[in-house]
Design a protein around this ligand. Structure first.
Ligand code: FAD
Ligand code: NAI
Length: 466
């Protein structure tokens, strides 16, 4: 069988790319090694983690804020098995939705491990060991990523776990030690802290979510501390040992001392690695770089021009929506269109509560690049809407160019900022100034008023409600 395009991997990048190829009239096949489509994001990433984040947040509110709202509950309990069952059903519905979309777009869905035989030929090895050979004029590598670990912290999937196992635990950990307070650590650490686990974060850097604007990490730490969590920043894990019923984590402190933490589970969330195992890239004449990523040019083409790559397996942020944009980009490039991705304006969101959402330059980056800038901030506690809902933690911080007033970066922490950041993306795509946004009407009372007020503060230090 010969296709115009073969996509290897059915995550957000692969399936979006396949659909766009089909929409453009290209005969397309998608290969997925697992039975369910959707990749990391739908099966063990974005969707299941958000399902558990929502369930645990409902419980936390019922236990801690409902009484103040005048709602009394007796005998409140967490049914972890039901939480996990609901999560599994959300995943099931979502992955079946992708299978429906493949059929609707007449994309051939093939299951098995895809590997290169030569630059145009792919062998699919199925679960029963049988093989199928297909050929493609163009090939898209969309094989994603897997959790990373270090030899000093061997994953046993029982007590020393990755995000994948943390989404299917059978008991609520008494003490969960989280190595790495990045995005996964913050999200899944929150899930278990909300439903009763003691959570200790051990982080190499000096704050939570250290790659985001520093203000966000500081504010997020304050909120997560309220859940009873402990933080060990600038600490280095030297050894993780499963002793049977417990995990012992040995740590070098920032002062050069050694300490140990003992818990019943240890979540290793120290990043993810690009995944190309079994692809046999050499047969296509391809190599990965020192970090295991498939190298691509500005058109997302590898060194073999008809082979493209996208998403977590290439450079850039490991985000579902980044992979999706790249899927569309490649499909349109194949048919000769001239698409564009503005990488700096891909938002990043951490789905804790409060949520953290960010787009554009951080304050640390503008300083480092010597860009003249000004800052406008507005706290959630000054918003009527936030007081009404008791969601007063958070702030919006706007960075604008000192001379032109163009918005350079927007960093938000607070209720519903995951959705609010879209307004900042649109404003920045149209190169709005802080004053432009400050002169647009924002419905009252909403959380979005915090963005308008922060823009007023950035324009001319003239926020109204503070
Ligand atoms: P993937 O989704 O990893 O898909 C790759 C697919 O390729 C897999 O299905 C794999 O089985 C298949 N494959 C690999 N090799 C082969 C082969 N040789 N043959 C056939 N098939 C193969 N991102 C967000 O934007 N928002 C979030 O809220 C978010 N939450 C996350 C939560 C967690 C716990 C994790 C782990 C990740 C989260 N991410 C989130 C990141 C997001 O999941 C990834 O950025 C995204 O899935 C990358 O998409 P992709 O298409 O590049 O690859
Ligand atoms: P991450 O890169 O966000 O965080 C890893 C953290 O571990 C960093 O803060 C790092 O300093 C720390 N670390 C590394 N080695 C360490 C060590 N030896 N000891 C202590 N700390 C150490 O990676 P994470 O959280 O594993 O997530 C992987 C990817 O998945 C991210 O790139 C992210 O983009 C994506 N993701 C996105 C989500 C979202 O968009 N909401 C949610 C979850 C994951």
């Amino acid at each position: 069988m010969e296709y115009d395009v073969i996509v290897i991997g059915s995550g957000p990048g692969g399936y979006t790319g396949a659909i766009r190829c089909a929409q453009l009239g290209l005969k397309t096949a998608i290969i997925e090694k697992y039975q369910a489509l959707g990749g990391t994001c739908l099966n063990v990433g974005c969707i299941p983690s958000k399902a558990l984040l929502d369930s645990s947040e409902h419980y936390y509110n019922a236990a801690h804020t409902f009484a103040e709202h005048g709602i009394k509950l007796n005998d409140l309990q967490v049914d972890l098995a039901q939480m996990i069952t609901r999560k599994a059903s959300v995943v099931d519905q979502t992955t079946k939705g992708i299978a429906f979309l493949m059929k609707k777009n007449k994309i051939d869905e093939l299951h098995g491990l895809g590997s290169f035989v030569d630059p145009h030929t792919i062998k699919i090895t199925k679960e029963d060991g049988s093989e199928q050979i297909i050929k493609g004029k163009n090939i898209i590598i969309a094989t994603g990523s897997k959790p990373m670990s270090f030899p000093s912290m061997p994953i046993d999937k029982k007590r020393v776990i990755t995000s994948t196992e943390a989404l299917t635990l059978k008991e609520i950990p008494k003490h969960l030690i989280v190595i790495g307070a990045g995005v996964i650590g913050a999200e899944l650490g929150s899930v278990y802290a909300r439903i009763g686990s003691k959570v200790s974060f051990v982080e190499f850097a000096d704050s939570m979510i250290p790659t985001m604007d520093k203000t966000m990490g500081k504010e997020l730490q304050k909120s997560i501390k309220k859940l009873g969590a402990d933080f060990y920043f600038s600490h280095k894990v030297t050894k993780v040992e499963n002793t049977g019923d417990e995990v012992v984590v040995s740590i070098d402190t920032s002062k050069g001392e050694q300490i140990t933490l003992t818990g019943d589970y240890c979540l290793v969330s120290v990043g993810r690695r690009p995944y190309t195992d079994g692809l046999n890239l050499e047969a296509a004449g391809l190599k990965t770089d020192a970090r295991g990523k498939v190298e691509v040019d500005n058109y997302l083409r590898t060194s073999v021009p008809h082979i493209y790559a996208l998403g977590d397996v290439i450079r850039g942020a490991m985000l579902a929506h980044k992979a999706e944009e790249e899927g569309t980009f490649i499909a349109e490039t194949i048919v000769g269109q001239k698409p564009h991705i503005h990488y700096r304006l891909i938002p990043g969101v951490v789905y804790t509560w409060p949520e953290v959402a960010s787009v554009g330059y951080t304050e640390e980056e503008v300083k480092q690049e010597g860009i003249p800038y000004k800052v406008g901030s507005f706290p959630f506690k000054a918003l009527g809407r936030a007081r009404a809902s008791m969601d007063v933690d958070g702030l919006v911080k706007v960075l604008a160019h000192k001379e032109t007033d163009e918005i350079l970066g927007v960093h938000m922490i607070g209720a519903r900022t995951a959705d609010m950041i879209a307004e900042a993306v649109i404003a920045m795509e149209f190169r709005a100034s802080a004053e432009d946004v400050s002169r647009m009407s924002h419905a009252h009372p909403t959380y979005t008023e915090a963005f308008k007020e922060a823009c007023l503060a950035a324009t001319d230090n003239r926020a109204i409600n503070m």
